[in-house]
Design a protein around this ligand. Structure first.
Ligand code: HEM
Ligand code: SF4
Ligand code: SF4
Length: 514
């Protein structure tokens, strides 16, 4: 798996700080930085719906396009005009959330190992989204469209792919035909279809992907787009005239920044920049970095009953069931697809045979993380907890990607940090409490809605609330268990929560005379 080294980068700390501020303003559920992928889908759909409306009134043709867009904008300002503005602003928002999503995944190191697939398909999406956006500007056939078309065509002419320069038919002959318009309007419908297909591919290795930002965020974003559309309606910039070079054009910097760049740099230089950046992004998952790899999950057939719990809990579709191959009386067996596994350990936490009450000295679970097997986990808990002293002894289980629990180790607090808190099976909590090894168990992982391995926080909450297998049994007293979700900048909160948990355990000990 990819584990962040304890030393976080400046960018990582800045991101967590910013997210903390947004959590305080909006709450974790509405924090836009936690829903960037879902917002990307949402803006895509707003673009599709508003685009479909405009398209119904749009006329394809060199003489027809501009007047038809003017009709939509001016005559039908109350609906067509708003739809046009929504179409533009939602497209801009799509680029914004896409770039933020890319940066966030990069800063968190979630682009390496098995995640290369989502990353590389994301890089392809950037190309398609820009192609659709730039092409969209041409449809208006105003001065901006003229500027963008000529600049793009001249740029493409630098590539040795056309026998005759494309720009000649535009600029030299000052002729544009309706076939060209049919072509760009066809492209403006088909490229989004490719985008949709690629979005589906982008998330196909992710279990239960979040593609809907939730009602609050969706309504808030739509209102913001509507207000922007009313306050600053999108207008055309005068009809194109191939005989006159357009001047004083206002450009959309989200999509069209390439053109001013082409004004100052040569086509070859801009190609080198664009191709170089794309290539760098595409190979990034394989370049050396500070994120290190730990071995992926392995199945031990002898201890696998084919119950499918690991399949249900794996956030990356990395476990599949196959017909039994070892002649045992179970129908199926679990198989890990190694190149999809991010080594989060959640499957090991889900497996019913990850059970510390088992009698064998070196027991083996159906699915294990080679870096820390369940048997090793039990031994280390036994040793660490036996050494605790004090009236209130606590086991603090943390996550390698969240607040650093190791700093809270003391003579009465034993500490364990795992790749994900959902690797800790509920039976281990029961074990620690019922074997009288500790008085309380506290589990602390990533902030809510921001689980590094996507589903670990949710699965832990559901297992402990007995809403998901493997359930925490009712004999484990809930008041002796504490869940607390915090990131590294919230260390002080974790420290004080641990103290208040200790105080509450002490109060119940006095109450029950323990
Ligand atoms: C507008 C375009 C994009 C949309 C709508 C989009 C959407 C999504 C969604 C919905 C997820 C799943 C989130 C979850 O449920 O955990 C996701 C994951 C991911 N995306 Fe994108 N994405 C886009 C572009 C990109 C780009 C440009 C990159 C980077 C080059 C990228 C990199 C990733 C990665 C690495 C993951 C996997 C994260 C993980 O493993 O937890 N995406 N994306
Ligand atoms: S749940 Fe298991 S198989 Fe799935 S990604 Fe995590 S460690 Fe790999
Ligand atoms: S959870 Fe364990 S027993 Fe169940 S299918 Fe997976 S490996 Fe086998």
């Amino acid at each position: 798996m990819i584990a962040a080294t304890p030393e976080q980068s400046v960018l990582h700390r800045a991101l967590l700080g910013l997210e903390g501020v947004l959590n305080r303003i909006f709450g974790n559920d509405l924090n836009p930085l936690y829903h960037l992928g879902a917002l990307g889908f949402y803006f895509f759909w707003v673009v599709v719906v508003s685009g479909a409306y405009i398209y119904a009134f749009y006329k394809t043709g060199i003489e027809l396009s501009y007047p038809s867009v003017e009709y939509i904008t001016q005559e039908q300002w109350y609906l067509g005009g708003i739809m046009r503005s929504l179409h533009r602003y939602a497209s801009d928002a799509l680029v914004l959330v896409m770039v933020l999503h890319l940066l966030r995944e990069f800063i968190l190191g979630r682009y390496r190992g098995a995640r290369w697939f989502a990353w590389v398909t994301g890089v392809l999406l950037i190309w398609l989204i820009f192609a659709a956006g730039i092409n969209g500007y041409w449809m208006v056939w105003d001065k901006l469209a003229q500027y963008s078309t000529v600049s793009t065509v001249e740029w493409f002419d630098w590539l040795p792919i056309f026998s005759e320069p494309m720009s000649r038919s535009f600029v030299t002959l000052e002729v544009l035909n309706d076939r060209f318009f049919s072509l760009i309007s066809f492209a403006h419908v088909t490229i989004p279809l490719f985008i949709l297909f690629l979005l589906w591919v982008h998330i196909m290795r992710i279990s239960k992907p979040v593609v809907n930002p939730g009602r609050g965020l969706a309504v808030g974003m739509l209102l913001a787009l509507l207000v922007l559309s009313l306050v600053e309606p999108v207008l055309s910039q005068g009809p194109a005239d191939m005989g006159i070079e357009p001047r004083n054009i206002r450009i959309d910097w989200f999509y069209l920044f390439i053109h001013p760049l082409l004004d100052v740099w040569s086509a070859g230089q801009v190609w080198a920049l664009v191709a170089g950046l794309s290539l760098l992004l595409a190979v990034l998952p394989w370049l050396p970095s500070r994120f290190k790899q730990i071995p992926v999950a392995v199945v031990n057939l002898k201890d696998c009953s084919g119950c499918r719990l690991c399949v249900a809990d794996c956030p990356y579709e990395a476990v599949v069931m196959r017909p039994r191959s070892d002649g045992m009386h179970f129908l199926e067996e679990a198989v890990v697809i190694a190149d999809r596994c991010v080594s989060c350990g959640i499957c090991a936490g889900a497996c019913p045979s990850s059970n510390p009450f088992r009698g064998e000295k070196d027991f083996v679970s159906g699915i294990e993380m080679p870096s820390i097997t369940m048997s090793v986990l039990r031994t280390s808990i036994n040793n660490d907890l036996a050494a605790l002293v004090g009236d209130v002894r606590i086991l603090l289980v943390g996550c390698d990607n969240a607040a650093d629990v190791a700093r809270l180790r003391s003579e009465s607090v034993a500490v364990l940090s795992l790749p994900c808190t959902a690797m800790f099976p509920p039976s281990f909590i029961e074990y620690a409490l019922h074997e009288h090894l500790v008085d309380g168990v506290m589990i602390s992982g990533c902030r809510e809605n921001d689980c590094y391995h996507r589903l670990g926080v949710l699965w832990t909450e559901q297992r402990l609330a007995a809403k998901r297998e493997p359930r925490l049994r009712s004999r484990a007293e809930r008041e002796r268990i504490k869940l607390f979700w915090v990131a590294s900048p919230d260390f002080k909160e974790l420290e004080s929560e641990l103290e208040s948990f200790r105080a509450s355990l002490s109060v119940s000990q006095q109450k029950y005379g323990i």
